[in-house]
Structure formats: structure tokens, C-alpha cells
Design a protein around this ligand. Structure first.
Ligand SMILES: [Zn+2]
Length: 363
């Protein structure tokens, strides 16, 4: 008897989400001079407002908060959502949004920018990689979220309803996690409707990172979208995932690349008159593969990010805690190391490296 009741609730929440999205279109574009509100945060036209969304507690956890800002331009236009801190030890996007909060000018902006400063507060405060300390889940694997779920699932649902469904375009900003040494790249997800996929491609070019990984394998079911940017795409909104930075660093180059990328997008979307032009000669990564460890122990990398590797090149060794080699991880095809794990801890099944090639694979 319980099961149908849950289903009815889910349908009702989906309907509410659509209504909210429709309302967002009205407030965000047709009547842009109206204020723009998300939860308790309201920005008047030509103003920036900051505040906090609250994910209420449920039995088993204390809930959490999500700090956001809204930069609401005076003229109607796109609603661009920028999310940082989905993974709590990915600092360069978080710091880039702190800068953008100061530099985005609502008085001259066309449209609206939503900044999600730290999407995953439990992970940020506990300095965890991949997984939330609250429930052991990867926030970027539980979208679109669940109202009766664990804390990560409820964060995902709040981001889906309050941010993604309110936006017309979404950029999920990442970098290598605290253990990943990464060269910058973006993902162009091709699985959306043709118009959405093409708009996403133009966004990737406008963001300006020259390496663009073509991702043809994201789910197409909006109820099982899994990833944040894919939650937008499965709802008909162009979206992009970006990676710049890593290893829990806060380097200027990686932060500046994100700022530059957002500036390029603002120009591309007509939200600002000036900005960097799209990348002229993108390097399309047609084939890519995350290499995973078959053992638990100590990882010894043999390559660095950005290295060119041939098929069979040693990427690194995994040893046990007594120095015995458990596995030698080798490149499955010729290409470039987009990221490689840069710290020793490794568990069975976890990523060791991400290798990409400009030459198409069998898929
Ligand atoms: Zn990430």
C-alpha cells in the first residue's frame, strides 16, 4: 500500500517542478524587471542578492545549507546557473565564483546569473573527496535527487528544483578532486535533444578550454539523470561540465581559466557585450576511458597530467602495503593523460587515470 502513495507524491513533485520552471521563464525572461527569487533569496532588477537555501534535517542527519547568490540584470535574457563545490575539495570553482560575485555587474547584465557557491557543504566542511561524510554518496551520482532520501539525495533534489529548473543554461564547475592531478577540459554531452546538444557544444566552445571531451553515454531519462549537468540536459536545457584545477590547490591559473570561461559564456549568450571569443581550434577528445584500480593499497603514478601516452604505456603501479606489485595500469590506447591520481591512497574500483584520444573509439 505504501508504494503507490510514494509514486503519487513523486508525480506531484514533478508537476510542481515544471510549474516552478515555467514561472522561472516568466520571471527570468518575459518580465525581467520583476525580482528573481530562489527560496528566501530575492534579487531586484539591477541588484545582486545573497542568501542560503536550507535542506531540512531528517532522521539520521542534521540537514545542511547551500549558499547562493543571484545577479539579476535589468534586461530580460538567459538565466545562467553556475554551480561549484558539488565535490567539496574542488576549490578552484568555489574561489572563481567568489571573484565573479564581486565582478558581475547586475546593472549592465542582460538576464540573470545564479551562483551556487558550495553545493555540497557537508563534503566541503569535512574536506572529503568523492563522497559525502553524511551518507557516503557521491552527490554527482544521485541526481535528480529524492525528497525522502539521504542528505546527498536531498541536496540534489533542492539543486534540481531551485536551481536547474529555474535556469535556462547550466554550467557545473569542477576540477580534479583533492587526489586528482588534472589538465583543464570540458565535457560536451551529446545525449540531449539535437537543439540542446548543439547549444551545449557552442557553450563548450565559448567557455574556451581547448580540450573538449565528447561524452556520448549519459542517461537520457530525466528521472534518472545521475549527474547535475545531465539533469539540465534531460530537462531540455543546454549544460556543460567544466574541469579546471585539482589536487585541492587554489592556483591562479586554474581559477582565472574559470573566470575567463564564464566571461566567454556571458558574451556568447548575449548577457554581456564584451568577453573572450570562443576557442578557435578545439581538441575534440573522441574517445576517453577512466582507468580503475583492481586492488586496494598504494598508487605510484608513472605519468603526469597532460603527458602523451602510447597504447601500453605504464600509467602507474598499485602495490600492497608491503611493497608487492598488485597491478600495473597501462594505457588502453594512445592518447593524453587528462588526469592521474596524485596521492597514494587507492581503493579497489576507484579511478587511477583518465585517458583521452582525438581518434574515435569503437563506441
Ligand atoms: Zn568534481
Amino acid at each position: 500500500m505504501r508504494r503507490p502513495a510514494v509514486l503519487i507524491v513523486c508525480r506531484a513533485t514533478v508537476a510542481l517542478g515544471r510549474a516552478a520552471a515555467f514561472a522561472a521563464v516568466i520571471t527570468g525572461t518575459a518580465y525581467a524587471r520583476q525580482p528573481f527569487s530562489i527560496g528566501p533569496v530575492t534579487a531586484a532588477p539591477g541588484a545582486t542578492a545573497s542568501g542560503t537555501l536550507t535542506v531540512p534535517a531528517r532522521p539520521g542527519d542534521e540537514g545542511t545549507t547551500i549558499p547562493i547568490s543571484i545577479v539579476h540584470g535589468t534586461k530580460p535574457g538567459p538565466v545562467l546557473a553556475l554551480t561549484a563545490g558539488v565535490h567539496g575539495q574542488e576549490y578552484t570553482p568555489i574561489l572563481a565564483l567568489q571573484r565573479l560575485l564581486k565582478t558581475l555587474d547586475a546593472k549592465t547584465l542582460t538576464g540573470t546569473v545564479i551562483l551556487v557557491h558550495v553545493a555540497n557543504m557537508p563534503s566541503y566542511l569535512a574536506r572529503t573527496i568523492y563522497y559525502s561524510p553524511a551518507d557516503g554518496k557521491n552527490l554527482n551520482r544521485v541526481f535528480p535527487g529524492r525528497a525522502d532520501g539521504t542528505l546527498s539525495e536531498r541536496i540534489a533534489l533542492m539543486l534540481t528544483r531551485e536551481v536547474i529548473e529555474r535556469a535556462t543554461h547550466v554550467v557545473d564547475l569542477h576540477c580534479g578532486d583533492g587526489n586528482e592531478s588534472l589538465r583543464p577540459y570540458s565535457y560536451w554531452i551529446t545525449t540531449g535533444a539535437p537543439g540542446v546538444a548543439d547549444a551545449g557544444k557552442q557553450m563548450a566552445l565559448a567557455f574556451g578550454l581547448d580540450h573538449i571531451v565528447i561524452d556520448r553515454e549519459r542517461p537520457t531519462d530525466p528521472k534518472a539523470s545521475v549527474y547535475l549537468s545531465n539533469t539540465a540536459i534531460t530537462r531540455g536545457k543546454p549544460a556543460l561540465t567544466v574541469e579546471s584545477g585539482g589536487l585541492a590547490r587554489t592556483d591562479e591559473e586554474s581559477i582565472a581559466a574559470i573566470e575567463r570561461g564564464v566571461a566567454g559564456l556571458l558574451r556568447h549568450l548575449g548577457m554581456r557585450a564584451d568577453g573572450p571569443v570562443p576557442v578557435a581550434q578545439p581538441i575534440w577528445i573522441e574517445r576517453s576511458e577512466v582507468l580503475r584500480s583492481s586492488g586496494t593499497g598504494i598508487f605510484h603514478p608513472a605519468v603526469e597530467r597532460g603527458h602523451t601516452v602510447a597504447q601500453g604505456t605504464l600509467i602507474g603501479r598499485i602495490t600492497d602495503f608491503h611493497g608487492r606489485v598488485l597491478e600495473e595500469v597501462r594505457a588502453p590506447f594512445s592518447g593524453e593523460v587528462l588526469y592521474v591520481i596524485g596521492t597514494p591512497a587507492i581503493s579497489k574500483g576507484e579511478p587511477v587515470a583518465f585517458v583521452g584520444s582525438t581518434v574515435g573509439g569503437p563506441k
